[in-house]
Design a protein around this ligand. Structure first.
Ligand code: RIB
Length: 308
C-alpha cells in the first residue's frame, strides 16, 4: 500500500510481567496463579506493532533503559519492521507493567513508568522533525503530560491527524481537546473524563468540550463513534476471550492503518473491530497482535462487523 500515510507513535514501551489466575485477587486476598510469562507491551509500542503488522509504515518514539528489557523491546520493534531510531536509551530502568489475568480474560494492570517518564518535548520535536509525515499520530497517556501536550500542539501545526487514546485517564484541557481529531477512550476512561457512564452522553460531552470526534470502545459491545455529523455503532466480533490485554491497542493500531489508507470511518471501525477481536483470543500484549493476512482471512470467512 505505497500511497498510505505514515504512522508515528510517541508513547510508552513496557515489559509486561504477567500472572494468570482463576479469579483476580480482591484487596487483601492472596490467590494462587496458574502460570507466569513476560511479553513486550506498553500502550505506545503495542499500537506501533499493531499498525506495523497490518502493513503500515510505522515509527516509534519513546524511552527505554539500558537493560535487558529495553534491549528486548527495541529488538522486538525492529523484528516487526517498526522504525525505532527515535527510541532513546536513558538512565532509568525500562518501564514495566504487572498484569494479572483471570480465566475469563479480564485483567488488572499496574504500570511502573521507569524510562517512559523521561519522554520530553525534545524527544517529541525530534520525532516529528525526523518523521516523513504528516500522517497519523498516535498518542496515549503513559508518558508525561507535558510531552503529550507538546506533541498535540506541534503535530497539529505540522498537519498530522491526531488520535489520542487517553489511557490511563487524566483530565484534558479544552484547548488541547480541540486539536485532537479522534479521542479514543474506553468506557471507563470516557466516564472518568466526562462524569457520564452512558457512552452516548460521554461522547457528546467530549464533542461539546471541543474534540472533533469521539470513539468509545465498549469491549464485547463494540464501539460508538460520534462526530458533528454522524453517530455510528459498530459491533465487536464474537470470539472466546482469553486475554483482553492490548485489545484497545490492537483496535487503535488498526484504526490508524485504515485512516492512513484513507478508508471511510465506517470501514475503519469494522477493520479495527476484527483486529481487536483476534487479539483477545491470544495471550500477551504484542504476541497477541494480528497480521494483515490473519485479518484478511478472518474477513474472508466471517461476516464483517458493520458500523451503522
Ligand atoms: O494496553 C495494554 C498495555 O498497558 C500493557 O501492554 C501494559 O504494558 C500497559 O501499558
Amino acid at each position: 500500500m505505497p500511497t498510505a500515510k505514515p504512522v508515528l507513535v510517541i508513547g510508552s514501551l513496557n515489559m509486561d510481567l504477567v500472572a494468570r489466575c482463576e479469579h483476580l485477587p480482591r484487596t487483601g486476598q492472596t490467590v494462587f496463579g496458574t502460570d507466569f510469562f513476560s511479553a513486550a507491551g506498553g500502550k505506545g509500542a503495542n499500537q506501533a506493532v499493531a499498525a506495523a503488522r497490518l502493513g503500515a509504515r510505522v515509527t516509534m518514539a519513546g524511552c527505554v533503559g539500558d537493560d535487558r528489557f529495553g534491549h528486548d523491546l527495541v529488538a522486538g520493534l525492529r523484528r516487526d519492521g517498526v522504525r525505532s531510531d527515535a527510541v532513546r536509551t536513558v538512565a532509568h530502568p525500562t518501564g514495566t507493567a504487572l498484569i494479572t489475568i483471570a480465566a475469563d480474560g479480564a485483567n488488572t494492570i499496574v504500570v511502573i513508568s521507569g524510562a517512559n517518564a523521561a519522554c520530553d518535548t525534545a524527544l517529541v520535536d525530534r520525532a516529528l522533525a525526523d518523521a516523513d509525515g504528516p500522517g497519523i499520530l498516535l498518542l496515549q497517556h503513559e508518558i508525561p503530560e507535558a510531552a503529550t501536550a507538546h506533541a498535540i500542539r506541534a503535530a497539529r501545526a505540522a498537519g498530522w491527524f491526531i488520535v489520542l487514546n487517553p489511557a490511563p485517564a487524566r483530565p484534558i484541557g479544552r484547548d488541547l481537546l480541540a486539536l485532537i481529531d479522534i479521542i479514543v477512550p474506553n468506557e471507563t476512561e470516557a466516564a472518568a473524563l466526562t462524569g457520564s457512564s452512558d457512552p452516548r452522553e460521554a461522547a457528546r460531552h467530549l464533542l461539546a468540550q471541543g474534540a472533533c470526534a469521539a470513539l468509545i470502545t465498549l469491549g464485547g459491545d463494540g464501539a460508538l463513534y460520534c462526530d458533528a455529523g454522524a453517530t455510528l455503532r459498530c459491533p465487536a466480533v464474537a470470539v472466546q476471550a482469553v486475554d483482553t490485554t492490548a485489545a484497545g491497542d490492537a483496535y487503535i493500531g488498526a484504526l490508524a492503518v485504515a485512516l492512513a489508507e484513507d478508508r471511510s470511518v465506517a470501514d475503519s471501525l469494522g477493520f479495527a473491530a476484527v483486529a481487536a477481536g483476534l487479539a483477545v483470543t491470544r495471550l500477551g500484549a504484542q504476541p497477541s497482535l494480528a497480521s494483515r493476512e490473519e485479518v484478511g482471512r478472518f474477513i474472508a470467512n466471517n461476516p464483517m462487523p458493520t458500523a451503522r
